[in-house]
Design a protein around this ligand. Structure first.
Ligand code: ZN
Ligand code: FE
Length: 268
């Protein structure tokens, strides 16, 4: 049996420690500790139990909950976790009517100071209209929720393809070495699909080999980086002429190509 402690996968970035916590079927919550301030945040709370177990195993005290969007598989654990203490719950004010009660409603575009560390709140409509992501420019970390996945992006439940394309362009313009922590382990199916759209992409083939090895050994494919996504994520590659040609839209605008790629993924 694997103990809770050995199942914790930690990424260190500057003075941050980031632990991925698998929840429900394929969600990730992320626990983030800032060693300077001692603050501990969770990014999304699909369910309380595994997050509480991880906090306990790490000996960390939760201080903040950051919410990316209103879907149940990102908020259902919030009410129980907020009972752990004096917890600040942060989410988009524009979606406050369908989020758990917020102690701090933010406006996309705002910069939030988390224990003296800058957190940029980026508006990423598409998956939902109120979806936001959290970017920590220092040390270069992004929590992308259901906007961007490894080799994938969120389904368009509320927003338009044009909105999602614009949201993804904003994220792909972040520095290549930005570490991206995403909301779901959808990587195996995303990899299969990516190969159908972008079969001549050598970087994609190399990556798919890597993720298959990782998954076969019981590992997780989170996190990724902006640079790797720019090279291998078929949705981010909608502006590449070779991808436009491969989906039969050689002269179309990138957002039209993006919409076609999204349509194919939904149909698959
Ligand atoms: Zn969602
Ligand atoms: Fe989700």
């Amino acid at each position: 049996m694997v103990s809770a402690l050995t199942a914790l996968e930690t990424t260190e970035a500057g003075s941050l420690k980031i632990v991925s916590v698998p929840c429900l079927n394929d969600n990730f919550a992320y626990l983030v500790r800032d060693d300077v301030s001692g603050n501990v945040a969770v990014i999304d709370a699909p369910e309380a139990e595994p997050i509480e177990a991880a906090l306990h195993a790490l000996g960390w005290t939760l201080t903040h909950i950051f919410i990316t969007h209103h879907h149940n598989d990102h908020i259902d654990g919030v009410e129980r976790l907020r009972e752990l203490g004096d917890i600040t719950v942060i989410g988009s004010g524009a979606d406050a009517n369908r989020l758990p009660i917020l102690t701090h409603a933010i406006t996309p575009g705002d910069t939030w100071s988390w224990g003296g560390r800058q957190v940029r709140v980026i508006d990423t409509p598409g998956h939902t209209v109120g979806h936001i992501v959290y970017h920590l420019p220092e040390p270069g970390v992004l929590f992308s929720g259901d906007t961007m996945f490894a080799m994938g992006c969120g389904r368009l439940f509320e927003g338009t393809a044009q909105q999602m394309w614009s949201s993804l362009c904003t994220l792909s313009s972040l520095p290549d070495d930005t570490i991206v922590f995403f909301g779901h382990e959808y990587t195996a199916s995303n990899a299969d699909f990516a190969l159908t759209v972008d079969p001549q992409n050598a970087a994609l083939h190399a990556r798919v080999k890597d993720v298959i090895a990782t998954l076969n050994s019981g590992g997780r494919t989170t996190p990724t980086t902006i640079g790797l996504e720019r090279q291998t994520n078929p949705f981010l590659r909608a502006a590449a002429p070779e991808v436009a040609a491969l989906v039969g839209l050689p002269d179309a605008d990138a957002e039209i190509v993006f919409a076609e790629i999204r349509r194919r993924k939904d149909a698959g």
